[in-house]
Design a protein around this ligand. Structure first.
Ligand code: GDP
Ligand code: MG
Length: 174
């Protein structure tokens, strides 16, 4: 009997400006909660969640930046062996969208060229404060061959879908 309790194992890495909601997305997905207040720090390097897709067990190892993005100190080791990247911005923060090309340069420099990247516009529960229209983000994602999804970690909107879509795409490419 196999010792492995899964059919697939994928490493997923979250990147994007500080404050866009990366940690909240991970905690919503892995723990089913939205942490109150500021600073949703996870004191570990990664979280694990196993999902089932068409009868197959898919183990997701999800890496969060733990605040390192504030010091621009994310390096090759973080991107190394990532199967997928979740590049997150905040739809209520134009600045977080304008930084995306910088993140894409990092991806090009450090990630392997087979990596699957999904662009995520988070905080759609704050629709009245939206600064980045959906079409603009969709066009940008398409121009860079990225998938695109809008989420709310707070309202649990599209969070499950985000990780399941990514897992499906990774299986397809495996
Ligand atoms: P990170 O720096 O990218 O990890 O961002 P955090 O996950 O720490 O979230 C930063 C701030 O945004 C916190 O105050 C969160 O409560 C808030 N936040 C995160 N996701 C959402 C969301 O979907 N909706 C709303 N309204 N606030 C969010
Ligand atoms: Mg964080």
């Amino acid at each position: 009997m196999s010792m492995e309790d899964y059919d697939y194992l994928f490493k997923i890495v979250l990147i994007g400006n500080a404050g866009v909601g990366k940690t909240c997305l991970v905690r919503r997905f892995t723990q089913g909660l939205f942490p109150p207040g500021q600073g949703a720090t996870i004191g570990v390097d990664f979280m694990i969640k196993t999902v089932e897709i068409k009868g197959e067990k898919v183990k997701l190892q999800i890496w969060d930046t733990a605040g390192q993005e504030r010091f621009r100190s994310i390096t090759q080791s973080y991107y190394r062996s990532a199967n997928a990247l979740i590049l997150t911005y905040d739809i209520t923060c134009e600045d977080s969208f304008r930084c995306l090309p910088e993140w894409l340069r990092e991806i090009e420099q450090y990630a392997n060229n087979q990596v699957v990247t999904i662009l995520v516009g988070n905080k759609i529960d704050l629709a009245e404060k939206r600064e980045v229209v959906r079409q603009r983000a969709e066009d940008f994602a398409q121009s860079q061959s990225m998938l695109y999804l809008e989420t709310s970690a707070k309202e649990s909107d599209n969070v499950e879908k985000l990780f399941l879509d990514l897992a499906c795409e990774l299986i397809r490419e495996a």
